[in-house]
Ligand binder design. Structure first.
Ligand code: F6R
Length: 609
């Protein structure tokens, strides 16, 4: 995952920036860079390699300076290149950036028309030129950055320095984490507190839309509306080797809120792409993916639910038959192998014993093509598979899987689209539209997280019950399954998920006024059917909790509470609808006083059968 460190001090900041990058290394990266202001001139060094190499280069070049910004970049497939490493420069302005700029194409065209020349393939360079352009009319770098940020769409965090104004750094955050470190006569910013513990424990966690003007002795925070605001200073109690909790109470909460960033990292390779390439799944993927005639998905728990969602995508969009099996069942079942099937294993840890055994069993049966979708690069599952896609969720510490699940879904959408394209089922126009939707996804997730306050109210009511039902239809049925699993594993409330049409075939007998029923109600082709199913619940006194889309014609009434998601995502809707369910489980567990990050009887990696 990409990392940002920035500093303004009276001393040489180069060693501080490099140490900050070194402490972010655990997040994964493959290129690094630093820019400092030396005697009124910007000097930049970048390396398509490790921070140690960058450090050696700074020593060799005797790089020193009192103001600087630095970055680790987790590049996409293919060789990570120096020209794409941050910082990116326009005139004397340098920018580092995490996240995705959705409208970078449109801004690039505008800037090119104005004479700006681009030297990299990144969306970050667009930001540098845009700020440079605003500098022609703005009073200073702070005003220019505020104006530029106003034009950017997407989820991102940036840090900016300019040689014209040494002793000043401007940072901004929207949808990607960023915090300030308040020193004694020096100021810092970083994407993760662990980078700053070497210099200060006094941290400010920035809020959505904040833009900050940092000087040695002072700082000014402007909120999303441009108003000057105060943000509280926290004293970090983090030890240098722990994964930072930041402003959150639990890892699960932190990981839920990290999802816009995790998805941005996972989708980084499509942000700048004009088209989707099979190479996303490995160098030899094009040949294999063109050869297969069906898909067999093997996984456990939450990862299995990701597989069930993918079945809907793969069959409807790529037109390939797809079977999804629980790994612990498949490994003992006498099934009929198909050597032309693509076996996809999905796992956060890559160490789940049942999934590994199922993959080995599939190979023994004669399956030849294996792809693993995994969050841990060196894991057993990845090593066992010819093709792979690494989700970039970052370390997931809470036992209940959250960001791993949504990044798995992102990976599976990409797989679907690549398969569809190889089969001539994706027009160029559709492909562009979907790439744009993927670019928007992190921002859409940030918007959806804003329903937390309403979900907390639901959670208080759920916490008082011992049972709950979750309903969904079509591709949202597995999302209902995931919602039920999350609720039971951390709140210990017994929860079941049903495809809503199944209600009348049995489970309706459970419904009375004591039964909360969650209905996932996106504005899709099945909404009218779902409404009839909700009516069945309502008529029996069941309490309905409905997650609807912004434009669905559903309103709260007696016995029916509706929360509308503030964004819309078309085929990506299952990803958006997952977040409120994670929040519901989290807050219900909190109300019940449970150990959210370590639920009873469960382990993070299930390495035994
Ligand atoms: C639920 C959860 C588990 C895991 C399952 C598979 O929140 O975390 O259901 O999804 O144990 O684990 P991985 O994905 O590591 O194979």
């Amino acid at each position: 995952m990409c990392g940002i460190v920035a500093a303004v001090a009276g001393r040489d900041v180069v060693p501080l920036l490099l140490e900050g990058l070194r402490r972010l290394e655990y997040r994964g990266y493959d290129s690094a860079g630093v820019a400092v202001i030396v005697d009124g001139k910007l000097q930049r060094l970048r390396s398509a390699g490790r921070v140690a190499e960058l450090t050696a280069a700074t020593a060799q070049n005797k790089l020193t300076g009192n103001t600087g910004i630095a970055h680790t970049r987790w590049a996409t497939h293919g060789a990570p290149s120096e020209k794409n490493a941050h910082p990116h420069i326009s005139g004397g302005i340098a920018v580092v950036h995490n996240g995705i700029i959705e409208n970078h194409d449109a801004i690039r065209l505008k800037l090119q028309a104005a004479g700006y020349q681009f030297t990299s393939d990144t969306d970050t360079e667009v930001i540098a030129h845009l700020i440079h352009r605003h500098m022609q009319t703005a009073a200073d770098i702070f005003a220019a950055t505020c104006a530029a940020v106003g034009e950017l769409q997407g989820a991102f965090a940036i840090a900016v320095a300019t040689e014209a104004e040494a002793g000043r750094v401007v940072v901004a955050r929207r949808g990607a984490p960023l915090l300030l470190g308040i020193g004694d006569g020096e100021m810092f910013a970083a994407s993760d507190a662990s980078a700053l513990l070497q210099v200060t424990r006094r941290m400010i966690y920035l809020e959505e839309g904040d833009v900050v003007d940092l000087h040695r002795e002072r700082y000014e925070v402007r909120d999303a509306a441009g108003k000057k605001v105060e943000r509280p200073i926290h004293l970090s109690e983090l030890t240098a080797d722990a994964v930072d909790l930041g402003p959150y109470r639990h890892y699960m909460q932190k990981e839920i809120f990290e999802q816009p960033g995790a998805l941005a990292n996972t989708l980084e390779m499509v942000v700048n792409a004009q088209s989707l390439s099979p190479q996303l799944f490995g160098v030899d993927a094009a040949k294999t993916l063109a050869e297969i005639d069906s898909v067999l998905i093997l996984a456990c728990g939450t990862s299995y639910h990701a597989g069930v969602v993918a079945r809907y995508w793969i069959e409807a969009i790529a037109g390939l038959p797809c079977i999804v099996e629980i790994a612990s069942e498949y490994r003992y079942r006498a099934s009929v192998p198909n050597p032309r099937a693509l076996v996809v294993t999905i796992s956060q840890s890559g160490e789940t014993a049942d999934t590994i055994a199922a993959l080995n069993f599939a190979k023994e049966l004669g399956h030849r093509h294996c792809l693993s979708i995994c969050n841990v690069p060196e894991s057993a599952l990845v090593r066992l598979s010819d093709l792979r896609f690494l989700t970039r969720a970052g370390p997931e510490i809470g036992v209940a899987s959250t960001k791993a699940f949504t990044t798995q879904l992102a990976a599976l959408v990409l797989l679907t689209l690549v398969l569809a394209k190889l089969r001539g089922r994706l027009t160029a126009a559709n492909e562009q539209e979907l790439i744009q939707a993927l670019r928007h996804l992190p921002a859409a997730l940030s918007h959806v997280l804003q329903v937390e306050a309403q979900i907390k109210e639901w959670a208080k009511k759920f916490a008082a019950h011992d049972h709950a039902l979750f309903l969904g239809r079509g591709i949202h049925y597995p999302i209902a399954m995931e919602g039920a699993l999350k609720l039971k594993e951390i709140s210990y409330i017994h929860a079941e998920a049903y495809p809503a049409g199944e209600l009348k075939h049995g489970p309706l007998a459970l419904v009375d006024k004591e039964m909360p029923v969650v209905a996932i109600a996106p504005n899709d082709a099945l909404l009218e059917k779902l409404k009839s199913n909700m009516q069945e619940v309502h008529a029996r006194g069941g309490q309905l909790y409905v997650l609807a889309d912004r434009d669905a014609r559903l309103v709260s009434s007696a016995g029916v509470e509706v929360i509308k998601l503030p964004d819309h995502a078309g085929i990506l809707s299952p990803i958006l609808h997952t977040l409120p369910l994670q929040l519901l489980a989290y807050h219900a567990a909190l109300v019940r006083g449970n150990d959210v990050d370590k639920p009873r009887n469960l382990a993070k990696s299930v390495t035994v059968e």
